[in-house]
Ligand binder design. Sequence first.
Ligand code: N01
Length: 553
Amino acid sequence: MSSSDQPPRTSGSIEHYDAVIIGAGVSGMYALHHLREMGLSVRVYDAAKDVGGTWWYNRYPGARVDGPGSPFYCYTFSDELMNEWDWAETQSEQSAVLAYLEHVADRFDLRRDIQFETWVQSARYDEAAQRWMVETSTGVRASAQFLICAVGALSTANMPDIPGIHDFAGECYHTGRWPHEPVSFAGKRVAVIGTGSSGIQAIPEIAREAAHVTVLQRTPQFAFPAGNRPVTPEEMAEARANWDLVRATMLANPGGFPWKTHTRSALDATPEEREALYEKLWQRGSFRFFGDSYNDIAISEEANRTMADFVRGKIRKIVKDPKIAEKLMPDHFVMTKRPILDNGYFETFNRDNVTLVDLREDPIERFTPESVVTRTGEHPIDMLVLATGFDAISGSMLRLNPTGRGGVSLKERWRDRFHNYLGLTIGGFPNLFMVHGPGSPGVFYNMPLGAERQMNWIGSCMRRLREKGLCAIEPTADSEETWASEVSGIANATLFPRTDSWWTGANIPGKPRYFSAYLGGSLYYHRISEVAAKDYEGFVFEPARRAEDAEAS
Ligand code: N01
């Protein structure tokens, strides 16, 4: 194996590496560190100006960790890192997460192997050379035995195709591509399309400053109090003192967080008991609302209704105008669209400067240079905020669109569904590995920890390949089919596939419609370890064709 401290081997204008990583976000950063520790030569390409991936781009007002939160939304691979970094709040602001990632980049000297402001334009598998050939927007041509796609599950912005939208002459920002310069809302009439996590975080912030906000809502959402609060020095000290135990609990927890799971059914409780528990959890806030309530909310319609009705009751109490409250009333199974945490979202509709437009009864017809026109009228605006989400999970892989064996592109391979094995590999694309791709828990798991666990598996697989004196690995068609059945089997036992969401691809016209994430939580990591223990069952290996590559192994 070549060392990353050595300059890359070059031939002509091509740079040669053991591995090319695409993306310098949470996953790509750890991938770089891990593979370098293994002694591989590695190059990372990222279009952004610095590390952070989704945390670099998503800097809209109100953006913060809404998941179970700090200090556990972080890497776990380094005790030193855990010991030296203090988190200020349980739901860190975007700037705090980015500061942490910048610190990680400094601490592990990551930037020397990352080329920023560089878009990977093509990635093609050269079957004769058994290497990936990568070309970038900056003219770099690189070859590598392994291609690691750390391209982000939530990084390809969904830009709505609405008549006249490009004619709108005012300011227009997508939450996932927010400018780095300050954006002022003062005195402006702002329209926001989208009421997912980003919109619901941003709307209260914008409403505080803007002259007027028009919220264009397609689907009303369940949102829960964020319950953000400072992380006390005592809590940080306790997490550090018990770090081994905390980490072990995270590894065992279905979502990768340091809490014990329970097996309480909502249907075993009396209505009064349920109400009391929901109220207690509502007052406390945070994602633990789900973990600490009942275990059948996402499985049983009846159990689901108990929680959904509780939240609907809260919306009716918070929103003063009953007509507006009814427009805000979600009608899907709670939790089957990504649960949202809010900081005063429903209260925002009690403000005089906020108007709610229900697009189900009053759809957008078009934009003009200075307004948005819905069926019932025209809303003059100075700024348009698109909180319209992402072509999630598979979108960034398809945007990269690597070409595998026989010149077959990923777009062709994934025309009907996102064929993969273990959520890590794709038949016909040897030595290509995905982090947080379709078929993996991805967004259903603590993402930094999930990236570590997937990358550790990928690193072990690469090591094994080289130990065997082999050159390439890829899954069989049968193993992809079996994995697809396992993923669908788990999802279909829940209510998740029954709601239109970005999890099911319903937000993107023409996208294959099915639930592509592995919902089995930490079971996933047992499954992939099991496959490795059976010497990579379900994969085929290929020996090196050229002496030079065999030597490099
Ligand atoms: O995107 P979304 P997001 N016309 O897809 C609407 C993570 N995240 O950026 O529901 C009108 O959830 C769309 O309507 P509908 C988190 O995992 C994390 O908010 O499809 N409306 C929906 O209301 C989250 O789930 C943090 O009917 C249109 C909204 O736009 C994920 O990112 C913070 C439309 C999009 O909601 C995505 O969240 C923020 C159209 N043409 C996000 N197209 C953390 O803090 C779309 N919509 C960690």
